[in-house]
Design a protein around this ligand. Structure first.
Ligand SMILES: *[C@@H]1O[C@H](CO)[C@@H](O)[C@H](O)[C@H]1NC(C)=O
Ligand SMILES: *[C@@H]1O[C@H](CO)[C@@H](O)[C@H](O)[C@H]1NC(C)=O
Ligand SMILES: *[C@@H]1O[C@H](CO)[C@@H](O)[C@H](O)[C@H]1NC(C)=O
Length: 492
């Protein structure tokens, strides 16, 4: 599908290319419980004014050349590493399984995704049989979707059939091993003490005996419980095989994702766009940065921190200015708009906002929309019937965004997070274009109020030369899911 876009000139019409923008501010489901609990917070939210009005004025009049456009939309050149084909299976299945490994996974969809990959690896290390992982209901997102509601179980089992054995359910003799069983008392076969980034040996020393005694080990908590360094090569490859090949979304998620991608590439001639967007406050509140909404916004964010984290977020000892110059503040939609304009994207570029239904944030994105009038999201591109199946289900909504993000020509994310890391890693694996904002540079540029547009543009272009998806090798302690090379890829 990606090939379509290459030959298209975008001039004089919408281009048949897809550009996904992940704006982490826009995650609204968090807002739902809050808006019930404390509706006053919403009304205190002021419409923020553009903070960089001089730059904005120039950006609105920007001219871009055809050459610049062609370069931007050109697919990423082949890198030093590429995906391995065919993906060999790891060591053969053991003759006899050592027992059942069961995991209970916290977090949102993308954190659970990493947990699933690690669970397969741990089962492999132990020569055990894996039970399809249990996805915990996230206290914030409240989505009770199971593994089977999100991922294609047949494909999962089938792709990994030569690597490990996986069962959908425990056999009858272990019917007792449920979430409730472990929640109600201390159980000898529950492994509670797995350290963060545990080694393969830790599992052999601590979990294998549990399997031998009880036939089943229930590991919870399990998130981030397997190290990225000093792992056998075949285990690393297996983790990536799970992430990049075995995990596929269920057909109805794929179908909806395909429909979205199709409509992005082939827009209807009349654009009936109905936006009711808003802000994701969790990221904003977490950062202690100033987002230009004035005192009222600061107050609202402080309140929000209180409600969501019960004050667990410490007040930052840095000022907004210090945070910005270190690149520690998420970009606002306005800043993302200026970045994209400076990089050379013109106002016929269609942006897809990867985010779900939102409340009252139109004011915040209106600046971005003035620079990029062709902005779409799930809501503008689908009918309410199409959305019915995923309505209110944070994990399924995130799955659709993940799918669309993986099928776009260009992807850019405004702020780091699990979704960002997962998509960036997966796109690296597929050698797809991904713009990585140079946060420290942007922070410094935006602080300089005397900068002219041309200087800004030049600095942006220069500072993003190697930030269009060029491969970066994983450093020690970094995630193989975010940086799949070299562990999971082959020399090109
Ligand atoms: C796009 O920008 C050009 C100036 O570069 C302007 O003339 C045109 O009206 C803009 N189009 C839209 C839809 O804003
Ligand atoms: C797992 O099986 C392989 C061979 O199939 C064997 O070399 C290894 O020692 C086994 N490990 C455990 C923990 O049983
Ligand atoms: C702001 O940018 C101008 C023009 O490039 C430059 O001369 C000036 O030193 C910059 N100011 C700061 C504080 O970096």
């Amino acid at each position: 599908m990606r090939q379509h876009s290459l030959s298209h000139s975008h001039r004089g019409g919408a281009m048949a290319a897809a550009f996904v923008l992940l704006l982490p501010f826009f995650f609204p489901s968090l807002f739902t419980p809050l808006s019930h609990a404390s509706p006053s917070i919403l009304s205190e939210w002021n419409a923020p004014k553009p903070r960089h009005s001089r730059l904005l004025k120039s950006a609105l009049q920007r001219q871009t050349s055809d050459k610049q456009q062609a370069d931007l939309w050109m697919p990423l050149a082949l890198q030093r590493f590429k995906r391995c084909t065919p993906s060999a299976s790891t060591s053969p299945l053991p003759e006899k399984s050592t027992g059942y490994v069961q995991v209970f996974l916290d977090g949102g969809l993308n954190q659970q995704r990493m947990g699933i990959c690690d669970a397969v690896a741990v089962a492999k290390i132990l020569n055990a049989t894996l039970v399809i992982p249990h996805l915990e209901v996230n206290p914030v997102w409240q989505d009770s979707s199971t593994f089977m509601d999100i991922f294609d179980v047949d494909q999962f089992i089938n792709v990994l059939k030569d690597d490990i054995s996986i069962v959908r359910e425990l056999p009858d003799e272990y019917f007792w091993s449920t979430r409730e069983y472990y929640a109600t008392a201390i159980r000898a076969n529950r492994v509670k003490t797995a350290p963060v980034h545990a080694s393969a040996n830790w599992y052999l020393e601590n979990v294998l005996p549990v399997l031998q005694s009880y036939g089943i080990a229930a590991i919870a908590p399990f998130s981030h419980r397997l190290a990225f360094d000093n792992m056998p090569e075949d285990i690393q490859r297996l983790r990536c095989k799970v992430n990049f090949q075995a995990l596929a979304f269920v057909p109805h998620i794929k179908a909806l994702g395909d429909a979205l991608i199709n409509r992005l590439r082939n827009p209807p001639s009349t654009n009936e766009v109905d936006y009711t967007n808003g802000l994701r406050q969790d990221m904003a509140a977490h950062s202690a940065c100033d987002f230009g909404g004035g005192k009222a916004e600061k107050l609202a964010l402080a309140k929000y921190r209180q409600v969501i984290w019960q004050g667990r977020v410490l007040n930052s000892q840095f000022t907004d200015e210090e945070l910005r110059s270190r690149g520690r503040c998420p970009l606002t939609p306005e800043e993302i708009g200026l970045l994209l304009s400076a990089l050379g994207f013109d106002n016929t570029t269609r942006l897809y906002l990867a985010s779900h239904k939102v409340y009252g944030g139109e004011a915040r994105i209106s600046t971005l929309r003035s620079l990029f009038p062709l902005m779409e999201d799930k809501k503008s591109l689908t009918s309410s019937e199409e959305r019915a199946q995923i309505k209110g289900k944070a994990s399924l909504l995130a799955a659709v965004d993940y799918y669309v993000s993986m099928h776009s020509d260009i992807f850019i994310s405004a702020s780091p997070g699990n979704m960002h890391n997962a998509v960036v890693g997966h796109r690296t694996y597929e050698n797809m274009k991904t713009i990585k904002p140079n946060m420290a540079l942007l922070g410094q540029l935006f602080l300089n109020k005397s900068l002219e547009w041309l200087e800004f543009e030049e600095a942006i272009v220069e500072g993003h030369k190697n930030r269009h998806g060029q491969l970066r090798l994983r450093k020690s302690a970094q995630s193989i899911y975010t940086y799949p090379a070299p562990d999971c890829m082959c020399n090109a």
